[in-house]
Design a protein around this ligand. Structure first.
Ligand SMILES: Cc1cc2nc3c(=O)[nH]c(=O)nc-3n(C[C@H](O)[C@H](O)[C@H](O)COP(=O)(O)OP(=O)(O)OC[C@H]3O[C@@H](n4cnc5c(N)ncnc54)[C@H](O)[C@@H]3O)c2cc1C
Length: 416
């Protein structure tokens, strides 16, 4: 690789690295080299969003956007006030990719194919003059006169760079590089996973989706987390947006408890005790002769879930509404509002998953993404201790941190 001194090296050909490299090169930086360890850059973008790539989320206000980041949260207000979801939308539009909003706020490329995002980033990098090296991993980096001494895997000749961007995602090599350059690391744990319930009759309802469901996770250390929203019952436990949000916010606590906890579930759609008593009263009078199994207290309640709750409450499904005792009603309302399940472990990941942990935000100047430990070193993307819930928020942080790093290093070079 020539010349031996490279002005800017970006390690990591993922969304954060591409964004940093393109923005720096478009701002006039000559000699931006983007190193990707594997033969194929942007591989997570390609598989993301079930092959559709959920690029960002229609959440335009930075103050609201930060609420979607269990790690990062309010510290991201500054970065998002510089480059948020609306800026990402405009950036992609300027680079020839139209994003389309879905009813739930997620933004996808109009083509519905992640390859459009990959192609857009690759084309923008090429047009801006970024040199992409694939199959080339940064193995070691040490501070040197006016920059960094770099070692590339499989290369023996010495190489230096003026500035270095680490955008290596959750890969251990990037954490090792950041550690060697003076950073501490919050240990990585998985986020955005589903929940397993062992030997639970509820599993027979696999495929039933309920919305909204209230979830309260009670952890052995006395802590708790709440979420509300759609839940999908699967053959191993619970999935769906509310479950994924819950595991994202409780990722660390669940890891500490070895994924054992109690889950209190409100299947009633948030109805109060009084509302439910009234609905039961109505059912007793309007459906008095009908069997409980075939007549639900309200029509939107899933039939299979209702039958499960009858079984759980010990109420015979062949009983008629008119014969439901006060005691049985109490048990049923309690099962609807507050069924308790034992979490037995972590279920498989959903369509999107990320790692919580990485370089603490306090060690980075969030106005520039430059390291506070090592001048000339910039950090972006999932390598940082930032992660979002599902819905495009993880990529948004990559666009934001990559954009800020690219701008800042260009400014630094122009001033030097
Ligand atoms: C299946 C799946 C689906 C997802 N879907 C979505 C979605 O739809 N929306 C969303 O917002 N988020 C999604 N995510 C999360 C998102 O993919 C990540 O948050 C994002 O890719 C992180 O970007 P990054 O650039 O920080 O790291 P990465 O995308 O991991 O890129 C880092 C790159 O650096 C390379 N690398 C590592 N070490 C070195 C080294 N030493 N030298 C050179 N190169 C190196 C790696 O090979 C990799 O290509 C999904 C994740 C998964 C796993």
């Amino acid at each position: 690789m020539h010349p031996e001194r490279l002005p800017v090296v970006v390690a990591g050909g993922g969304p954060a690295g591409f964004m940093a490299a393109i923005v720096a090169a478009e701002a006039g930086v000559q000699g931006v080299h983007l190193l990707e360890a594997t033969p194929e850059p942007l591989s997570k973008v390609r598989i993301s969003g079930g092959g559709r790539c959920n690029v960002t989320h229609a959440c335009w206000d930075p103050r609201e956007l930060v609420a979607h980041y269990p790690r990062g949260s309010r510290a991201l207000r500054g970065p998002f006030s510089r480059f948020a979801a609306g800026d990402a939308l405009a950036w992609f539009d300027d680079h020839g990719l139209e994003l389309v909003e879905e009813p739930d706020g997620r933004l996808f490329p109009r083509s519905n194919r992640s390859s459009s995002v990959v192609d857009t980033l690759r084309r923008a990098a090429e047009q801006a003059g970024v040199t992409l090296h694939t199959g080339l991993a940064l193995q070691a980096a040490a501070p040197a006169a006016q920059g960094f001494a770099l070692e590339l895997r499989g290369q023996t000749h010495p190489l230096t760079s003026g500035q270095l961007v680490l955008a290596t995602g959750s890969h251990p090599s990037g954490r090792r590089l950041a550690g060697a350059l003076g950073h501490s690391l919050v240990s990585p744990v998985p986020s955005l996973f589903t929940l397993a319930l062992a030997a639970e009759p509820l599993l027979a309802l696999a495929g039933v989706a309920v919305d909204p469901v209230g979830l309260i996770l009670e952890l052995p250390d006395g802590g708790s987390q709440r979420q509300q929203g759609p839940v999908l019952i699967t053959h191993w436990g619970l999935s769906g947006p509310a479950t994924l949000r819950l595991t994202a916010f409780a990722a660390r606590q669940l890891h500490t408890s070895r994924y054992r906890a109690r889950l209190r579930v409100d299947w009633s759609g948030g109805r109060s005790q009084a509302d439910l008593e009234q609905l039961f009263q109505q059912a007793r009078s309007t459906q008095a002769r009908r069997l409980l199994a075939s007549a639900r207290p309200w029509p939107e309640l899933s039939r299979r879930l209702w039958q499960h709750l009858l079984h759980r409450s010990g109420v015979e499904p062949e009983r008629r509404w008119a014969d439901l005792t006060r005691e049985q009603q109490r048990h049923l309302i309690s099962a609807l509002r507050d069924s308790v399940y034992a979490i037995s472990g972590r279920g498989p990941f959903g369509e999107e998953f990320v790692t919580a942990g990485g370089v603490p935000l306090g060690e980075v100047n969030l106005a520039t993404m430059e390291s506070r430990r090592q001048p000339g070193l910039f950090l972006a993307g999932e390598l940082l201790d930032v992660d979002g819930i599902t819905g495009g928020f993880n990529f948004q942080h990559c666009w934001t941190s990559g954009w800020i790093a690219g701008q800042a290093l260009a400014l630094q070079l122009s001033e030097s």
